[in-house]
Ligand binder design. Structure first.
Ligand SMILES: [Zn+2]
Length: 324
């Protein structure tokens, strides 16, 4: 058995766009992005990449624009594909929200196995991963890094893609590193999402008034119109999916019925987005759970991934313990 993504092996083209003086977006055609903030005596990286080997590529790009070392790594959330490269930087501190640390404690190990099994291409050089990434600094709602006169606000903006979602906001430059709260041209992964909270989180993102925004996946958004489009499309996709799941809960559909309805409703609008086929089984499973009253996302394990995928993609029966 294989997920849609285990045969997805095409290498992506990396872009390293300057968003303003000392501000860069490392983007990869729909693969996970990183952000770079150059301060007077060191560099902040937002999201570490999946492996130390992949982190080395980010540092090669940084070395082309500054000789300063990476001193801080900020994690937008706990997913393996974002955090496991952190040890590849000479950083003194790894920063995340309290809620993100709680999720690493609760499910980091299972998440690592699950994510590597689902999407091996995204973990290039995975033998270089020394283990889970642990933060050295956590915060409850927000903290500020002062890089000389430059202010970088690290904000636990609300629940959406995960319960710990964090953005990095430069209020003077009006640049936002949005993590996976916003995607662009890439399907939002919702397997650990809080759908009911996502609209309020996007409203808080919009309220910041970013002129440039780096989404979790997809190209950097360099105009207000593009920023608004990214926010609106993320809201539309997650809202449409959750609407199908709420209907499924009302009508007592099975998970498979919910999946078939969701695919029929969403594929015409969003099927051209990167990783649409990969995400939908996980996304529908979580939307169905939340609509059925499961507030805290269930932990994905390599075994649960396979059972769910077989049930939805091939219509094989699923043990009830695996469905709920
Ligand atoms: Zn994620």
């Amino acid at each position: 058995m294989s997920f849609a993504s285990t045969t997805d092996l095409a290498e992506k083209h990396i872009s390293f766009d300057e968003l303003g003086p000392g501000l860069y977006a490392y983007t990869a055609e729909g693969d996970p992005n990183s952000g770079v903030i150059v301060g007077p005596d060191g560099v902040v990286v937002v999201d570490a990449q999946a492996t130390p080997i992949m982190a080395a590529d980010v540092q090669r790009r940084i070395a082309a624009v500054t000789a300063l070392p990476v001193k801080q790594v900020v994690l937008s959330h706990y997913h393996a594909v974002r955090v496991l490269g952190a040890s590849g930087y000479p950083a003194h501190s790894v920063i995340c929200s309290d809620a993100t640390r709680d999720l690493i404690v609760e499910r980091g190990a299972q998440d690592m196995d699950s994510e590597i099994g689902r999407f091996p291409r995204l973990f290039r050089g995975r033998e270089s991963i020394p283990g889970l990434t642990w933060p050295t600094t956590t915060f409850h709602q927000r903290m500020t890094l002062w890089l000389g006169e430059r202010e970088a606000q690290i904000i636990h903006i609300g629940r959406s893609h995960t319960a710990g979602d964090t953005v990095v906001w430069l209020p003077k430059e009006k640049v936002l590193f949005a993590g996976d709260t916003v995607e662009f041209g890439a399907t939002p992964y919702c397997g650990d999402a809080h759908f009911a909270d996502w609209p309020a989180t996007l409203a808080a993102v919009r309220e910041l008034g970013a002129e440039k925004l780096v989404p979790g996946r997809g190209r950097a958004l360099l105009t207000r119109a593009d920023v608004e489009q990214g926010i609106a499309e993320t809201a539309a996709y997650t809202g449409d999916l959750f609407a199908v799941a709420r209907r499924a809960a009302e009508k007592g559909w099975t998970l498979k019925q919910c999946y078939d309805e969701a695919m029929a409703a969403l594929r015409p609008k969003y099927g051209h987005w990167v990783i649409f086929e990969h995400c939908m089984p996980f996304n529908v499973s979580r939307a169905y759970d939340e609509a059925s009253g499961i507030a805290h996302p269930r932990i994905w394990t390599a075994e649960r991934d396979i059972a769910m995928w077989a049930a939805l993609e091939r219509g094989e029966p699923m043990k009830s313990a695996e469905v709920h």
